[in-house]
Design a binder for this molecule. Structure first.
Ligand code: ADP
Length: 159
């Protein structure tokens, strides 16, 4: 049986932190499905189409075999989306204790709803563990330079 992982997020915008998790998770699974959450009514910096197209473009630059990685959207429960894509596990990145507390609650809740879908945590890499999309959004809105945090195409698009 192929091992499939589901990595959900807002990716508003995709950062070097997300890409670090994607490239490492892709090595652990036969196939990685990256799920872009569509939250109707949630105030986002980038619209759904732009978040998806940027994600696809920066993932293509990682040069991972295309059959091994896929970008999808979802607006249902993460466990339902993971299951519908044939995933056995949800992948999440852990930066710090705040992520840990939140993610453990989320894991417990998801596990109660779907005990056939596990969660795999990957520790953030040292170089990117400070990075959070919410700060990138704030810096971008205030006209700051976001090139240290996101791939060039993302920075250019936001500009
Ligand atoms: P953020 O939390 O930065 O707003 P998302 O909501 O899109 O971004 O996060 C999706 C997933 O990516 C979560 O599991 C989050 O912990 C993880 N993640 C986000 N940024 C990083 C980072 N710099 N390093 C590792 N994981 C990260």
């Amino acid at each position: 049986m192929k091992k499939v992982g589901f990595y959900p997020g807002s990716f508003d915008p995709v950062t070097f932190g997300h890409l670090d998790i994607i490239s490492r998770a892709a090595k652990l699974f036969d196939r990685l499905v990256v799920g872009v959450g569509i939250h109707h009514g949630k105030q986002a910096l980038l619209n759904d189409e732009t978040r998806i197209s940027l994600l696809k473009s920066v993932i293509a630059d990682l040069k991972i075999d295309e059959s091994e990685i896929e970008v999808v959207t979802f607006d249902d429960l993460t466990v339902s989306a993971a299951r519908s894509h044939g995933a056995q596990a949800i992948v999440r990145g852990l930066r710090d204790a705040t992520d840990f507390d939140y993610e453990m609650q989320m894991f417990g809740t998801n596990h109660k709803m779907a005990d056939d879908i596990d969660t795999i945590f990957l520790p953030a890499s040292i170089e990117t563990r400070f990075l959070a999309a919410k700060f990138v959004r704030q810096i971008a809105k205030m006209g700051g330079d976001i090139t240290p945090f996101v791939p060039r195409i993302v920075a250019d698009t936001i500009k």
